[in-house]
Design a protein around this ligand. Structure first.
Ligand SMILES: Nc1ncnc2c1ncn2[C@@H]1O[C@H](COP(=O)(O)OP(=O)(O)OP(=O)(O)O)[C@@H](O)[C@H]1O
Length: 366
């Protein structure tokens, strides 16, 4: 392992968003540390997948990046920087008008269950026009109408649907309208939180194809959040895996498919059927995610890990680069099993083969 290093995801590709040391707490009698010390770099035009089980902090991170956190949540450390051609923008420090101008224009969000977020008493045209009118008040009525029709066409919906109300549209169409809305001001970054989870598999595939087509056409970058890592293998350029508020592995999709390194990533990959329908034995990860109010100064996955040793219960493994990752590559993992000095022997062969056997567990008191 090399020492932790801030590297660029793809050499030669400019970053559009940098998250540095970000931590978010939910204030309570015992504060919930929902996001802990997260570093991520999003390249221009890149699709970065963010995966992890429910409760690992994905949505909290997305809300922090879009400055949508409300009490009791607050950013307790770190920063988010948007790299605008006109100069860097400190997103964490934006207030008032500057923040309103940033949202939708630079970075837009498609929320979990967004298709149910459309206003049921307004037709599609009014809702799309509202976004344009609010952010570009100088746009004339004729121009607004033209842009609304173009936006629907862009996402593969017949512009005649502009006069439809949400209840007259299928779930897939409503989700396409939400994507059209997020693209209304041509942002550089789209944060999509479980955008297809509520849809059936066929419609889900259509929407994913639409997102990748639009990305190629318009060049925006995407942070795509889901608990379904097999879906991310289909659409992402890079993937970050979160566990208990931290990123525990990060790498190119190609590498994560070929050689997932963290036992949790391996477990997740064995928990989902491939979206392409390939069949194989599926093994869930036994046990539960830890309590995020705990200090977790050990490996948070240790209780559930088939490869744990005493060191895993004693020390939290840092997120560090692989020794064998090419210079400048953003390939990182937080697991003692890759550090023979800490682990006491080489990485277990079954882990290197990408197998997850919960029964292999070595009993260590935690
Ligand atoms: N208002 C709140 N007060 C206290 N804790 C909260 C609050 N909202 C979320 N949390 C906690 O923060 C942690 C992270 O939640 P978050 O919703 O970000 O996870 P997630 O990975 O997006 O999960 P999901 O996939 O279910 O949306 C969880 O432990 C959750 O219980």
């Amino acid at each position: 392992m090399n020492s932790p290093a801030k590297q660029h995801p793809n050499p030669g590709q400019r970053p559009v968003l940098t998250v540095s040391g970000l931590s978010v707490d939910y204030e309570a009698e015992h504060p919930v540390h929902a996001v802990r010390d997260v570093d991520l770099v999003l390249g221009r035009g890149e699709i970065l997948g963010l995966a992890g089980e429910s409760g690992c902090g994905k949505s909290t991170l997305a809300y922090a990046v879009n400055r949508l956190l409300r009490p009791p949540a607050s950013v307790v450390a770190g920063s988010v920087t948007f790299h605008d051609p006109g100069g860097d923008i400190d997103v964490t420090g934006l207030r008032g008008r500057a923040l309103r101008e940033f949202r939708w224009n630079k970075l837009a969000m498609v929320f979990q269950g967004a298709m149910n977020a459309l206003n049921p008493v307004l037709n599609v045209r009014t809702q799309l026009e509202d976004v344009i009118a609010a952010h570009e008040p100088g746009t004339g009525k004729h121009e607004r109408r033209k842009r609304c029709a173009e936006l629907l066409e862009l996402v593969g919906v017949d512009p005649r649907r502009l006069s439809s109300y949400p209840h007259e549209l299928s779930g897939g169409m409503r989700q396409r309208v939400m994507i059209a809305m997020s693209l209304a001001l041509r942002p550089d970054v789209l944060v999509m939180d479980e955008p297809t989870t509520a849809l059936d598999v066929v419609v889900q595939r259509e929407i994913l194809a639409e997102i990748t087509r639009l990305r190629a056409e318009l060049g925006f970058a995407v942070v795509f959040i889901t608990h379904d890592v097999s879906l991310l293998l289909e659409i992402s350029d890079r993937i970050a895996i979160m566990y208990a508020g931290r990123v525990v592995e990060e790498g190119s999709t190609e590498r994560l498919r070929r050689a997932p390194s963290h036992p949790y990533t391996v477990g997740l990959l064995n928990s989902f059927p491939g979206i392409t329908g390939e069949r194989g034995a599926l093994h869930g990860i036994p046990g539960h995610t830890p309590n995020l109010a705990d200090p977790l100064d050990r490996c948070a996955f240790a209780e559930r890990c088939p490869h744990r040793r005493a060191v895993c219960a004693d020390e939290r493994p840092p997120l560090v680069s692989h020794v064998d990752s090419p210079a400048g590559a953003h390939e990182r993992v937080a697991c003692h099993a890759y550090d023979p000095h800490k682990y006491g022997s080489g990485t277990p062969a079954s882990l290197l083969r990408g197998e997850f056997h919960p029964t292999e567990r070595t009993e260590v008191n935690l």
